[in-house]
Design a protein around this ligand. Structure first.
Ligand SMILES: [Zn+2]
Length: 104
């Protein structure tokens, strides 16, 4: 369980914060990585973050958020439900351990 990264907030984080961008070149590269300036956020602060965001959410765009992307990198913030993601990883690890035991 992670806590919301907004200073002074003690609520549990429901969402993982991702910095997303799409490079408009022939390679079609995508940037999609955890926002290290605010990696986890609660639902209430995520809503506030979106309502108070200023700028266009577009490739190579510039959006200013109250809580996320504090280094003002190009791109924009997206969220994903971290709880689901960690359940998938745990299941995969268990499956791998089981496979290794069987093959020995
Ligand atoms: Zn919060």
């Amino acid at each position: 369980m992670y806590e919301c990264c907004v200073p002074g907030c003690n609520r549990a984080a429901e969402l993982e914060v991702i910095l997303y961008d799409f490079y408009l070149n022939d390679g079609g590269e995508v940037l999609s990585e955890q926002d290290f300036t605010c990696p986890y956020i609660c639902a209430e602060h995520a809503v506030k973050n979106e309502k108070q965001a200023e700028g266009l959410r577009e490739p190579r765009g510039s959006v200013v958020y109250p809580y996320t992307n504090q280094n003002k990198a190009q791109g924009f913030t997206i969220y994903r439900t971290s709880i689901c993601r960690f359940e998938v990883i745990a299941t995969e690890v268990e499956g791998l351990a089981y496979f290794l035991m069987v093959s020995i």
